[in-house]
Design a protein around this ligand. Structure first.
Ligand code: AMP
Ligand code: MG
Length: 408
């Protein structure tokens, strides 16, 4: 009856969509604009970080063996032969019973193999006295401690984090080669929809789903563009999809993806002879989800219902979106959590339960919003976890262990 899969498992739907996606082309951007961007090539280090052995303290650098016999009663007294502020290169080589006054970040002078904090010594301008043996290597920051020259610092697909930005700057990578930010268009379909700016009129609702979805997309470094509202009309939907397809890496529609008389997205996609990848997914919320591809551009048709749209965006669209961004990792990690509260409903189909993280006794609990209902946006407020309640499960008491996706 259908020449595409119908009623598919979440994983299958996600796989079919991801199969149509390739990372965007890459571009070079200044490091200062690279946060959250995905590296399109591995980064290798041409140098050590730090570049030289250096002192972590204000103190004295010396030869550890000169303190081998030192004690409070028999201080090792060393002659101070030089002072090296940070940014200067030491001139001397430390000889027997000599020390160099050194400041935090200064290079360790040749000959020295230990540093002592000035607070741990007795000193005057000419000499420093040390009252205990120091081990060779003590208080030295070794060159390459953070990154070694020649090392692969990050693989392609790595998301640039604050730490990555710092490390790359330290290594002199002031520009990075990253994937272009994917462009995703969101078309909101539904005769009942008004834009957020419009005054409510009887029977109408405002388009909230597009903003919810765009927020998630922006959080993943995707440029989400709202096309606006289209009625429940297959021709108008077809035109909107065609227009968005030209300027987007992926097109999302909301609404009209179910089986009702006014559900016209599938018809619209057939009008433009898009190849339908699947229709309907075994999940609640989010059953009314479909996907198609036309001339290489994937189209994800979500329910108009905000929570159904969000659940399917994450679970069905997540892997494809990660792939589009060029990410090596997924947008979430599967973990086991406990339910912080009773979940009173049965789950004939696999249920997606958005929840906040609650930390208790060193474990992560999922705290679902007390009133989960399909059309509600509030359960997504502090959502960091998506509980996956297996199909055929009855009401679950607090403390039940369930699988969940942790949103990174
Ligand atoms: P549909 O996916 O068209 O079957 O719509 C499912 C439910 O979501 C209906 O109650 C719609 O009124 C509502 N809805 C559709 N689109 C949106 C939207 N963009 N924002 C908020 N609610 C929507
Ligand atoms: Mg509708």
């Amino acid at each position: 009856m259908f020449d595409y899969p119908v009623n598919v498992e979440i994983e299958e739907a996600a796989r079919l969509l991801k199969g149509c996606v390739r990372p965007t082309a890459a571009e070079t951007v200044p490091l200062s604009e690279a946060l959250g961007r995905i590296l399109a090539e591995p980064v290798r280090s041409g140098e050590n970080l730090p570049p030289f052995d250096r002192s972590p303290y204000d103190g004295y650098a010396f030869r550890a063996e000169d303190t081998a016999e030192a004690s409070q009663e028999r201080l090792a007294v060393l002659d101070i032969v030089e002072e090296v502020p940070a940014g200067q290169q030491p001139k001397c080589t430390v000889q027997k019973n000599q020390a160099v006054k050194i400041l935090t970040g200064s290079p360790i002078p040749a000959g020295a193999d230990a540093v002592i904090k000035f607070e741990d010594t007795l000193f005057n301008r000419a000499t420093v006295a040390i009252g205990r043996p120091c081990r060779p290597g003590s208080n030295l920051v070794k060159a390459g401690e953070d990154v070694r020259a020649g090392e692969e610092v990050y693989p392609a697909g790595h998301a640039v984090s604050p730490a990555s930005q710092g490390l790359l700057a330290g290594l002199g990578h002031s520009r990075v080669f990253v994937y272009r930010k994917p462009r995703v268009s969101i078309i909101s379909t539904g005769d009942e929809l008004l834009s957020a700016e419009q005054k409510l009129t009887p029977g109408k609702i405002r388009n909230s789903s597009a903003y919810l979805l765009a927020g998630f997309l922006a959080g993943w470094g995707i440029e989400a563009k709202q096309y606006g509202i289209v009625g429940d009309d297959e021709k108008a939907i077809a035109e909107a999809v065609e227009e968005c397809r030209r300027r987007s890496d992926l097109v999302i529609t909301t609404g009209g993806a179910s089986v009702g008389d006014y559900d016209r997205v599938l018809l619209g996609l057939e009008l433009i002879t898009a190849q339908i990848l699947f229709w309907k997914v075994k999940m609640k919320p989010g059953m009314a989800t479909l996907a198609a591809v036309k001339e290489g551009t994937p189209i994800l048709g979500l329910s108009g219902n905000p929570s159904a749209a969000a659940a399917a965006l994450l679970l069905v669209g997540g892997p494809a979106l990660a792939g589009l961004c060029g990410r090596k990792d997924d947008l979430f990690e599967k973990i086991t959590v406990r339910l912080a509260q009773d979940f009173p409903k049965g789950s004939p189909v696999r249920r997606i339960l958005p929840g906040a993280i609650e930390f208790s006794g060193g474990r992560v609990d999922l705290n679902p919003s007390p009133r989960q209902a399909n059309g509600r946006i509030r359960p997504w407020e502090d959502c960091r976890l998506l509980g996956l309640i297996p199909a055929g499960t009855g009401p679950l008491p607090a403390g039940s262990e369930i699988e969940a996706l942790f949103l990174k």
